[in-house]
Design a binder for this molecule. Structure first.
Ligand code: SF4
Length: 395
């Protein structure tokens, strides 16, 4: 194969090394940010084509459920949480959650992503009862729930060691632990953005235990706090190291990697944290694809960057469009692109128009089915109309 990047100069030598699939060091990953984005993107896309089905872009039909917005952590970047005294604070009961899952079942969904604030009033029985209720009433739906922050709260509040707590939640019906709250896994960055936020060692400790027990997990990253490129590179290397360990010791690691940009509207960080432009988002995605040589499934983020940038991201290292969500509350509360959900039609169109075959997947990125693009997008009807017009067209 002819290399995309000739290895004549030191800079392109770095990209040539990446293109050969060789692992990059912290210094080398940091150096990627100084290179022209089109060249970095070309290598990232080539690696994406090699590491996943090159013709396919996947997505999941799921629903986000935020069971409570009451939270006592108070992250400076969060516009979602409320104190219990605020009028619009809420905690959903099991029936309200069931109603949301019925809507997901009606559109052929396969999982819920269920997270909430850290609500000190909820007993352990709320969580275990909720998991049991969902499994009893919605047996085909996978439950991926509770961020490491919520798990850390449960450990402390209920006096359980992590193994016992996870076993209790698994026994009640938990299928996976989303890796939310990763942000930048450098404590200097975390302490400024959210002094009471879970620290990186606990984030890894909890996800490592989940992986040891065979639970589904994903890795995450949020940029735009004002972190340095070196700190971003450190974040990626920590994720990569954990993935190496999990695959080596447990045979199962992060199923995928999701990265988005900080949204600060209605938050205390508004005007203080830079966020990230489309260029910076796409650059970070390309760098992540190159750095994370042990994670084939990398998602584009439409809630934070909008559909158009998410579509462009399919040429910057992303192979997946995330999920439909049906109800996204956390990113959209802080700005985002004003969208709480995506329809199957919208995600099919993004993938198809970008030149890929859209595929509906499960949590583990295994393909469940290929939607009929013609039917979903109405292309068949349009083609018939063109044909009819051609036949009926005057001389
Ligand atoms: S990000 Fe999560 S932990 Fe932080 S304030 Fe918001 S709901 Fe609470």
């Amino acid at each position: 194969m002819t290399p995309l990047i000739p290895s004549a100069s030191p800079d392109t030598g770095l990209l040539a090394k990446a293109e050969r699939g060789e692992r990059l060091s912290h210094a080398e990953i940091t150096a990627l940010y100084a290179l022209p984005l089109p060249e970095v993107a070309a290598v990232a896309h080539e690696l994406r084509l090699r590491r996943t089905d090159p013709g396919t872009v996947t997505f999941l039909i799921d629903r986000n459920i935020n069971y409570t917005n009451i939270c006592n952590v108070g992250c400076n970047f969060c516009a979602f949480y409320r104190t219990k005294r605020q009028k619009d604070s809420y905690t959903l009961d099991y029936e309200q959650i069931s109603e949301k899952i019925v809507e997901l079942e009606a559109v052929g969904g396969s999982r819920i992503l269920m997270q909430g604030g850290v609500n000190p009033k909820l007993p352990l029985s709320y969580y275990t009862g909720l998991l049991r209720h969902i499994k009893a009433h919605h047996p085909t739906i996978r439950i991926e729930a509770f961020s490491p922050e919520e798990v850390l709260f449960m450990e402390k509040a209920f006096g359980l060691d992590l193994d016992t707590l996870l076993d209790t939640l698994i026994e009640a019906g938990l299928d996976g632990l989303p890796g939310a709250g990763g942000e930048i896994l450098e404590d200097d960055v975390r302490a400024k953005a959210a002094p009471a936020r879970i620290r990186s060692a606990d984030w890894f400790r909890i996800l490592d235990a989940a992986q040891r027990k065979g639970l589904y997990t994903i890795s995450t990253m949020v940029i735009g706090f004002g972190e340095s490129y070196a700190q971003r590179a450190s974040h990626l290397i920590k994720i990569r190291d954990q993935q190496d360990k999990a695959l080596r010791e447990y045979g199962v690691g992060f199923a995928g990697f999701a990265m988005w940009s900080l949204q600060t509207e209605h938050t205390r960080l508004h005007g203080k944290a830079p966020g990230a432009s489309a260029h910076e988002y796409l650059q970070q995605l390309a760098v992540a694809r190159i750095a994370l040589d042990n994670q084939p499934n990398i998602q584009a983020s439409w809630p934070a960057q909008g559909f158009k940038v998410a579509q462009a991201a399919l040429y910057y290292g992303a192979s997946d469009l995330g999920s439909t969500m049906l109800e996204e509350n956390v990113v959209s509360a802080a700005g985002g692109h004003g969208r709480h959900n995506a329809t199957v039609r919208e995600l099919v169109r993004i993938a198809h128009d970008a030149g890929f075959k859209p595929a509906i997947r499960n949590s583990y990125f295994q393909i469940l089915r290929y939607p009929d693009v013609g039917a979903v997008l109405g292309l068949n009807a349009a083609a018939e109309l063109d044909e009819a017009r051609a036949v009926g067209a005057p001389g």
